[in-house]
Design a protein around this ligand. Sequence first.
Ligand code: VG1
Ligand code: CO
Length: 541
Amino acid sequence: MTQITTAPIDGQKPGTSGLRKKTPVFMGPHYLENFVQAIFDAIGGAAGKTFVLGGDGRYFNDRAAQVILRMAAANGAARMIVGQGALLSTPAASHMIRLRRTDGGIILSASHNPGGPDADFGVKFNMPNGGPAPEAVTGAIFARTAEIREYRIAESQDLDLSRPGETRLGGMVVEVVDPVSAYADLMESLFDFNAIRGLLQAGFRLRMDSMNAVTGPYAVEILERRLGAAPGTVVHAVPLPDFGGMHPDPNPTWAHELMAEMMSGDGPDFGAASDGDGDRNMILGRGIYVAPSDSLAVLAANAHLAPGYAGGLKGVARSMPTSSAVDLVAKARGIECFETPTGWKFFGNLMDAGRVSLCGEESFGTGSDHVREKDGLWAILMWLNILAVRRESVAEVMQDHWRTYGRNYYSRHDYEGLPSDSADAMMAALRDRLTALPGQVIEGMAIAAADEFAYTDPVDGSVSAGQGLRVVFEGGSRLVLRLSGTGTSGATLRLYLERYEPAGGDLGLDPQQALAPLIRAAEELAGIAAASGKTAPDVIT
Ligand code: VG1
Ligand code: CO
């Protein structure tokens, strides 16, 4: 065991989902080591504890895993449960943490950010409940990075993580496990695999794009082996260190190959994609894209069709910028609906307290209390289970939903790579104007309310302030602006737009058209073009 003298490194502050930096930064001297030691220190040490370790397979995943194992051993951990090849999807890691009743886990991923020597890397700590560390813990980790003077690491050769089994590293057991099977079993316990098999046998065609990221092996096992989808249903199924150059963010822009196939006219009946670490999902039908906020609402309205949810939902929760489509379902069902800040860490308390069973975010994240992370394949299987029972197309399910609840036209516009100074200044200027906005009329729409979202956790009373600027118009349309907490260079502005159209109204508009007055209002209010130097967003979802 070696004590290494180190010094604090600036900027090791976890964001929306762990610490994300450019890969070369993470590979720099002491960078990973300082952060990992800070995690162990912040949770009261690693001695005698058991942790789960795995990642999405991106560049440096394998090296980082070896370093973390040596550090865990030197810090006195009793056991590390490692996904074979140091792979674990984020939801599978969450499940493993819970299943084995461990003290938490370290997940190596920058999620939907690109991977490679010049792209992004990330490290996240999850709690014994399987969920991302809450702000109190990430705050303690960050505080520790600012005062760290030494870290502990064992001297050892690399461990062979390529085969399941147990080895020792000093006094610590290293247990290499199949990353897929326990997770696949969990899925099989929640959904009616027989019904889905029947749907596929009846000629229903499926396409899954794993984007060369971690869900490949999971999707092949579940969709092709256990459910009998045709071999080759899963494309880009092998996790690659640079995701084969793909940007593993499942949205219409980055999953454009899948989009093209699904919109081609004679495409498959159902298409889906997931992100780098497997917690996001995009759902498509033939000729139709399902907006993530709508997907959450449809899942809430139909969850009882899946065996794992047959008893109904305890309640639902969504992040604040997510559309209120799910609120309408909750209201109709008489169940509670919570509005939380962006990031899955805010759902954990609600799930642990038994208040909600289904959660979602507009950013292609949906999940339930089966784990404490969002879960891409779970959402895909839930959709397939619903379609297998209803025997309707995705488009028919969406039409029916809108005719029942009305349609929340929704879009997110991302402006990427802005100079941080101008993005901060733009947000500050709008923040200063918020109190004066109610009563003003913009683009013919009267402003009813404007504020900066702050959240008081109903379970533990903790307060999270500064969670996005919102401007709400008479009739319920709204704009939300916030800066991303997952980027690694400059600032990304996210503009969220929502307009509600009641069930009897025009339900078939193009969302960008339906939202055009709101898009103009956002420009008038915030001056995005001037602050960003861009005349159009980089990504529209
Ligand atoms: C983004 C999304 C947020 C999501 C987070 C982590 O955060 O907006 O909804 O929870 O990514 O997802 P931000 O701060 O960049 O808006 V993942 O799949 O990247 O772990
Ligand atoms: Co992700």
